[in-house]
Design a protein around this ligand. Structure first.
Ligand SMILES: Nc1ncnc2c1ncn2[C@@H]1O[C@H](COP(=O)(O)OP(=O)(O)OP(=O)(O)O)[C@@H](O)[C@H]1O
Ligand SMILES: [Mg+2]
Length: 316
């Protein structure tokens, strides 16, 4: 296994109380595998991503284990983490502008990534940067290397960041809503690019999105998160053909269909993570909930090979 997350809990200590943003998450990721993590806003997706990258704010408390390349990340020294980050594991965020330094050219930005982690010359750095800009289909890579971030469109900036995240051939790439800040037509282009790149590189991906349709388009497996917990994990085929958790079924009904037809949003909203509902956190919104659901927290359990569900109402 490349990555094994076991019993991960992350809480933020705030004036309003303790926010239990991730509350008992367990999963693993194989080499060359893509796990899509899907859930509504506030379900803990970014917190999960930041914990793996070791980028949580100081106010966060982490329990449980994150093993990457056979090393425990939760207790690793910052200096060692920094060596892994940007090299063996990288992250692409939603808003490409904030990840780039406005006063540096793209060439300088990409060169710095290379020289931070490799012993090589400036020429080697720039030639690798040029090569990767071509791989992500940036037209005129030389011109882009000499451009400043504000001179590029949002889609181009995101391509630059994708190139930067892959340039050193990392083992793990996390993408946190990489297309959500882009125009719909550009989103589709970037998703196509990511799907193509997946087959060309050795990396494993964690792809975060709130859109189940997007999750299935890029993921080999899909993990559905609700209020800080994973409620269903299955292959993308099974998530569509045989969704089991009432929340996953709700998300599916909320995906716009090419054929048209009604989109049904799930009634209600993600609960507060300061004081989450007792028992199954989805029970206040669940059409199937009974007394047990409001009292007893369901564990994520295997109902068939490769298909895991946390729901009292699912048999098997
Ligand atoms: N730095 C922080 N301090 C306090 N609370 C935080 C912090 N970051 C996130 N939270 C809270 O933790 C919970 C999970 O947030 P997180 O950003 O991980 O969710 P998300 O699934 O990524 O949401 P989105 O789809 O909106 O990006 C939310 O209740 C959020 O308000
Ligand atoms: Mg997020």
């Amino acid at each position: 296994m490349l990555l094994t997350v076991d019993g991960l809990r992350v809480s933020y200590h705030t004036d309003e109380g303790i926010v239990r943003a991730v509350d008992g998450v367990t999963f693993s990721l194989d080499r060359r595998e893509t796990l899509a993590v899907v859930g509504e806003s506030g379900s803990g997706k970014s917190t999960l991503a930041l914990s793996v990258m070791g980028l949580l704010p100081k106010t966060a408390r982490v329990e449980g284990s994150i093993r990457f390349l056979d090393r425990e990340l939760t207790t690793m020294r910052e200096e060692e983490l920094r060596r892994l980050r940007g090299d063996r594991m990288t992250i692409v965020f939603q808003e490409p502008m904030t990840a780039l330094n406005p006063v540096f050219t793209i060439g300088r930005f990409m060169r710095d990534i290379y020289l931070t982690h490799r012993e090589g010359s400036e020429e080697e750095a720039l030639s690798l940067a040029r090569e990767w800009l071509s791989k992500v289909k940036v037209p005129g890579p030389d011109k882009v290397l000499n451009s400043y971030p504000h001179e590029l469109s949002g889609g181009m900036r995101q391509r630059v960041l994708i190139a930067s995240s892959l340039m050193l051939e990392p083992d793990l790439v996390i993408m946190d809503e990489p297309t959500s800040a882009l125009d719909v037509s550009v989103q589709a282009q970037i998703l196509r690019l990511i799907a193509e790149l997946k087959s060309q590189v050795e990396a494993s991906f964690i792809f975060i999105t709130h859109n189940l349709g997007v999750a299935a388009a890029v993921g080999d497996r899909v993990a559905v998160m609700y209020a800080g917990r994973m409620v269903e994990v299955a292959s993308k085929e099974e998530i569509f053909s045989d969704p089991m958790h009432p929340y996953t079924k709700g998300l599916l009904r909320a995906v716009p269909k090419v054929s048209g037809g009604e989109v049904e949003p799930i009634p209600g909203s993600v609960p507060s993570l300061v004081n989450p509902p007792s028992g199954c956190r989805f029970h206040p919104r669940c059409p199937l909930a009974d007394e047990r659901c409001s009292e007893e927290e369901p564990e994520l359990r295997k109902v068939r090979p490769g298909h895991w569900v946390a729901c009292h109402k699912v048999s098997g």
